[in-house]
Write a protein that binds this ligand. Structure first.
Ligand SMILES: [Cu+2]
Length: 68
């Protein structure tokens, strides 16, 4: 299991947090998503054999947020 932390901007409320958790959590191979609204830190635990960080970034961008 790998873990990556992404810097996400554009999240303003717990609804945004829930959206990011949902879209990243929907990527196959992702087992855990933790979001800290105040810092914009999104930590993703995933199986590197199934998922790639580029997929998380794409999912977050598709949901309307920016990934540093
Ligand atoms: Cu929001």
């Amino acid at each position: 299991m790998e873990t990556i932390t992404l810097d996400v901007t554009g999240m303003t409320c717990m609804g945004c947090v829930a959206s990011v958790k949902r879209v990243v959590g929907a990527v196959p191979g992702v087992s855990q998503v933790d979001v800290v609204l105040e810092t914009g830190k999104v930590s993703v635990a995933y199986d590197a054999g199934q998922a790639q960080p580029a997929q998380f970034k794409q999912a977050i961008q598709d949901a309307g947020y920016q990934v540093a």
